[in-house]
Design a protein around this ligand. Structure first.
Ligand code: SF4
Length: 743
């Protein structure tokens, strides 16, 4: 029993572990390139999950200063075919400025940071890990990573924390973005993994865009849809479900401006109408699904009248939606955070999948449920085990056979991986409040802008005895709560792999030197692992070696990538998985489950019958409006990169609060004036735009502007922490607020 748990044992018997493992010699330090290539380099865009191919052209001498790297779309990348949006096109302008170049430390947060050596940084890290293990056990360690990681970064961080140190407290900002899609796919289909591909956009007859402002958040995909729509006109119907009129709904044949929090009711109401029309693929339902009776009973209760009343839309519009679905040869449903960031996010994802399974709109070209990831490598994170419940290869820490397979692969004794889910990011915040964490390590993300209820997050982080931030950029809001800053090499400075929304894997090569002493995240985690005595587990000299070890763990899994390697991707370009060993380049599968067999115990997909519960914090007398948050096309998350590019601020120089004219009149607000937006958790000030593009009773703010920005407006300060009980994804899309004019 004890032999397999070198550190978890220490929780029970503090002290001796310090002698169980001794630091081992390190392999040669990992370097990033020092020479600039002369030819263009191909990579994947490091912003949204569309994962466009970029061709990066090296700087040219331009007088005294070299120009930045310039980006253009890579015509050879199958996912984007040469297209690129303004963020991807300007990424070269974001790489140099405002970088962290050396480790920095401060013992107390009221002191300034002082530069230190990497040697000193690792001494501090190692000492804090050992101290935390001795005083609090493995549960006192937590890492919060990022969909900006390469797959290799994710893999090594998970191996360090979940394997070597026995703590499953590794979570990532994909928790805020895609965890409802993960749990929805797992519950309905038996495994994570989007079943569709981008080519389906080119053949679908009806595309349902629910909870996604695709035009601004996944612009290259939206342009692909628009281009086809211009060509085929009525042969492609676009239906948008969003409480707000957006650039996406402007192009729609039908826009259902539903009440926030009523997506699941709408889906059940659509199911009701499809049943009434007889749009049921009986052979498919009988052969490939289970649970139809319970679902049809639930759908029976969602009459058009009940659905229209709940969603705040017209019955005629519901009928039109049902007609468009019923009459289409192929229906494709796209969704993103409007669905996922909800207390019923998992149920809503399953609600979408239900409709596709029952109507036979699944597993063939132009048909199926298709989640769009928000981040460039959220998919790779899921594959590498980058959430608190996951292990590499779409495995779970709660499954004993999964733990055993991973422990064997990692060369760790049986029992090294803890059998319980680790702390999600909000669980990490609560653990800091209780004083349970001795080390909170944030990497490549900015939770002091992106988490809900920011005042509470800040107070919790300030109470943590040791906060580490691995970051490429200086001066982020999260640095305010850190003790130790580690300069991270970012995309373009380290080699690694990313997977986009259509399961396509792209090698992102290192083509620029990292500034100063910045190092790749995976190399930082590996060095700490070796210093903690796990030399055999962290032996690599390159990201390619890390990747080889990772893909071997995916053999036989739904996300089988065992045939991929850096060298194959470099030679043959991006590939879709499944890609088992022996697969020829280009022969990965564009779609999953085309044979109607699913990775569940019965081999059938599960129809999930769950009624809607509505918003966690509905409006009331004191807070009568619903605040929803979203994104602008030009900005990326918390603006650490895109905020540096002046032309990306031209269209939206500041955040704007969208208010319906009736609400503006009710609260005495004028167009262009300032307003205070207040929730139960705090208040922010923003400039008002009075517009009929938002439904009455709902207001909108962008989420990008943190307190370090010139026009600070921390929208997430107002949001609550309540989350989907299955995916633990917070309901970042809705909180009750009130408004007041600001003089
Ligand atoms: Fe990058 Fe997304 Fe724009 Fe493509 S659509 S260039 S992946 S930000």
């Amino acid at each position: 029993m004890a032999a397999g748990l070198p550190f978890r044992n220490l929780q029970r018997v503090p002290g001796p572990f310090l002698t169980l493992r001794t630091p081992q010699a390190s392999p040669a330090p990992t370097t990033t390139p020092t020479a600039i290539p002369t030819a263009a380099v191909r990579s994947q865009c490091p912003y949204c999950g569309v994962g466009c191919g970029l061709e990066m052209k090296p700087p040219v001498e331009n007088g005294a200063l070299p120009s930045p790297w310039t980006a253009r779309g890579d015509r050879h990348h199958p996912s984007s075919q040469g297209q690129v949006c303004v963020k991807g096109a300007t990424v070269g302008e974001t790489l140099e400025g405002n970088r962290l170049t050396t480790p920095q430390f401060r013992e107390h947060r009221d002191r300034p940071f002082a530069p230190i050596s990497w040697e000193r940084a690792f001494e501090l890290l190692e000492a804090q890990v050992r101290r935390t293990l001795a005083e609090r056990g493995p549960g006192g360690l937590a890492i919060y990573g990022s969909g900006q990681f390469h797959t290799e970064d994710y893999y090594v961080a998970n191996k360090l924390l979940k394997g070597a140190l026995g703590s499953n407290n590794f979570d990532a900002n994909s928790r805020l973005c895609m965890s409802s899609a993960v749990s929805g796919y797992v519950r309905s289909l038996g495994s994570d993994g989007p079943p569709c591909c981008y080519d389906d956009l080119d053949v679908a007859d009806t595309v349902l865009l629910i909870g996604t402002n695709t035009a601004e958040c996944h612009p290259v995909l939206f342009q692909r849809l628009l281009k086809r729509k211009r060509k085929v006109k009525e042969a492609l119907r676009l239906v948008v479900v969003d409480p707000r009129a957006t650039a996406t709904s402007d192009a729609a044949d039908l826009h259902l401006a539903i009440r926030p929090g009523s997506d699941l009711a709408l889906l059940h109401g659509l199911g009701h109408l499809l049943l009434a029309k007889g749009v049921v693929d009986r052979p498919y339902v009988e052969r490939s699904t289970e649970g139809f009776e319970a679902l049809s009973d639930l759908w029976a209760s969602w009459t058009p009248e009940a659905t229209a009343a709940c969603c705040g839309v017209a019955i005629d519009d519901l009928q039109r939606l049902a007609d468009l679905w019923a009459g289409a040869g192929g229906v494709l449903s796209l969704w993103s955070m409007g669905v996922n960031q909800s207390v019923e996010g998992s149920a809503t994802v399953s609600g979408i999948v239900n409709l596709h399974l029952v109507s036979g709109q699944f597993g063939r070209p132009g048909a199926g449920p298709f989640s769009l990831t928000g981040q460039p490598n959220a998919m790779g994170g899921r594959e590498a085990g980058g959430l608190a419940k996951l292990l590499p290869g779409y495995r779970s820490v709660t499954e004993a056979p999964h733990r055993a397979e991973v422990e064997a692969h990692w060369g760790l004794p049986a029992g090294s991986i803890a059998p319980e889910s680790g702390l999600t990011v909000w669980g990490q915040v609560e653990a800091m409040e209780r004083g349970d964490l001795g080390l909170w390590w944030v990497a490549a993300t900015n939770p002091l802008v992106s988490l809900p209820w920011l005042d509470r997050v800040r107070a919790a982080a300030l109470s943590c005895p040791f906060v580490v931030l691995s970051e490429a950029y200086a001066g982020t809001e999260t640095a305010e709560v850190a003790h130790l800053l580690l300069p991270a090499a970012q995309w373009s400075e380290k080699a690694g792999v990313m997977t986009n929304s259509e399961r396509r894997v792209t090698l992102c090569p290192a083509f620029r030197p990292a500034p100063g002493e910045a190092r790749p995240d995976w190399a930082i985690f590996a060095e700490l692992g070796r210093r903690l005595g796990f030399a055999a587990q962290f032996p690599w000299h390159s990201a390619a070696e890390v990747y080889d070890e990772f893909v071997a763990l995916t053999a036989g899994r739904v996300c089988d990538m065992s045939g991929l390697s850096h060298s194959l991707l470099a030679a043959h370009g991006p590939q879709q998985w499944p890609f088992p060993a022996g697969t020829d380049p280009g022969d990965g599968a564009p779609r999953l489950y085309g044979d109607g067999r699913f990775p569940t115990p019965s081999g059938r997909a599960r129809l999930i019958a769950e009624g809607p519960a509505g918003l966690a914090e509905p409006p009331d007398e004191a807070f009568p409006l619903v605040l929803t948050v979203g994104r602008y096309l030009e900005q990326w998350h918390t603006m650490t990169r895109t905020g540096q590019v002046p032309r990306l601020l031209e269209r939206h120089a500041e955040p704007v609060l969208e208010v319906h004219p009736s609400d503006a009149a009710r609260f005495g607000l004028l167009d262009g004036a300032l307003a205070e937006v207040r929730s139960r958790r705090g208040a922010v000030t923003a400039r008002v735009a009075v517009t009929e593009r938002i439904r009455a009773g709902t207001v909108f703010l962008p989420m990008h502007w943190g307190r370090s920005q010139e026009n600070a407006c921390e929208a997430n300060r107002l949001m609550h922490e309540l989350a989907c009980p299955i995916s633990h994804q917070p309901e970042l899309k809705a909180a009750a607020v009130t408004l007041a004019p600001v003089a």
